[in-house]
Design a binder for this molecule. Sequence first.
Ligand code: FES
Ligand code: FES
Length: 158
Amino acid sequence: MAIAVHLRVNGTDRQLNVEPRLLLVHLLRDVCNLTGTHVGCETGICGACTVLVDGSAVKSCTMFAAQADGAEVRTIEGLANGTLHPVQQGFWECHGLQCGFCTPGMIMASVQLLARNPTPTRSEIAHGLEGNLCRCTGYSHIIDAVEYAAAREEVTRG
Ligand code: FES
Ligand code: FES
């Protein structure tokens, strides 16, 4: 049995028929071919699969694709718009990644964090990213990257 799902992914409408137990992360990677969203633990722990669903950071391995019916989904592929998004630029400038496995999820969680708190303290950044694990960079460069993005967005806002 397939379920009809209509969602908007990175600004593109998608009308799909999905298996009831298909996870959102697999819809994005295997059906939409958006492999920037990574799969780590598949148990909701690592945060590698984080995307934005209606503006909220969601671990897409914990959500059925069918539950995203009617939603606006944004993945790492939907961030850059001719130039890197300030958070992406921050990770670049501040060496916020090494292997890059956690990076798409970290960036999407950071985008939500800054949307809700444009001027976070370091401890608020650490708290905001506590659902995302990095096994190689360590967290101080990642926090630097989010601070960089916050400062850059503040300049943009004027
Ligand atoms: S792959 Fe989803 S939280 Fe780890
Ligand atoms: S950069 Fe390798 S897991 Fe975070």
